[in-house]
Design a binder for this molecule. Sequence first.
Ligand code: G3I
Length: 374
Amino acid sequence: MKISVKKRLALGAALLSVTTGVASAVPEGIADLYNESFLVGTAIKSRDLMGELPSADSLSCREFNAFTAENAMKWQHIQPAPGQFDFALADQLVAYAQQCHARVIGHTLVWHQQTPDWVFEDAQGNPVSREILLDRLREHIHTLVGRYKGKVYGWDVVNEALNEEGSLRDTPWRRILGDDFYVHAFRFAKEADPNAQLYYNDFNMYKPEKVAGAIRLVKQLAASGIKVDAVGMQAHYSLFYPALADIEHSIKTLRDAGVRIAMTELDISVLPLPDDAFSGADITQRFTAHPVYDPYVNGLPNAEQQQLAERYQGLFALYLKYADSVDRVTFWGTTDEESWRNNWPIRGRTDYPLLFDRNGRPKPAYEAITQHIP
Ligand code: G3I
């Protein structure tokens, strides 16, 4: 018999010991509470994959059932120099996931960031031909995806290929291979592991133009005989944007186009925006540090803590509402201490974007989505 999410949440709440407004982690973990609806994942840092693996009692192991390598499977780490593959950390990720009975999400095969220059250049530093780059792409994807065939559940095949208005971004991939560069990437991934799920992943997917662009890619791939198993909405958010209504609109648009959805990199910054129009996750965007943009170095006040909890609650209510289309919700990290948001778009700030505090204790935001979904 299936237990509804609401019943499971009630059960989780009953099992919680609540002290002074801060919840303890639910005994069976947040992923178990949402088990009937979608996977709940986290990103694993490279430093956690070095040396001895965290135990089965670690926070990420207890709480989540899908692991994405935050950095370890990116091109620059997997193949830093031509033909020199380094699988040490990726192997560790797979071993850790197996120990925790978590799915592995491979991130990412084609991105314009974190790809070494040599990939696009010849020995003289000139752009390589289309044929050479296609060969390099094929070799990289076949080697990486092939190694983890049957062990990686799904791959972010192409990451962030779209401009904000939905057109294709100008990248070396596109310049050298042409507008159908992404079709080749998906084809190679499918050849290497026909049973792995294949995803297109991007940020700012609450924008209708970007969603339209993603649907265009999915349709183009379908016309080439390739099924995209889900579009990843990265979900790098803030207390101040986006509106839930905009996210809901995007979910509906994708669903109505027959596209399944994963929330792939969820976090919510609580810090002031460096600019009113600021959004997204473009790692090249940088702003100068100033104390006014870093107001919570000594702790997050209750009012903001509460706002964060309400924002997470609203998001999870939405995800549950569309659970028939949402396959997974992955947080981009587990504790506030490890979040990339502390260093982007301004370095060295103290942010509070995740479910667990700097000591690994669950925050009110955790309580909000394990007890109080309306
Ligand atoms: O580990 C080294 C450390 O040894 C060195 O001292 C230090 C000096 O800067 O750098 C450390 O590496 C950093 C790494 O994160 C680990 O913290 C890299 O400089 C930094 O570029 C890297 O940033 C990552 C970023 O992608 C670029 O790859 C972030 O951790 C990671 O969270 C972020 O993730 C991306 C997704 O892949 C795609 N979507 C957006 C998302 C956020 O930008």
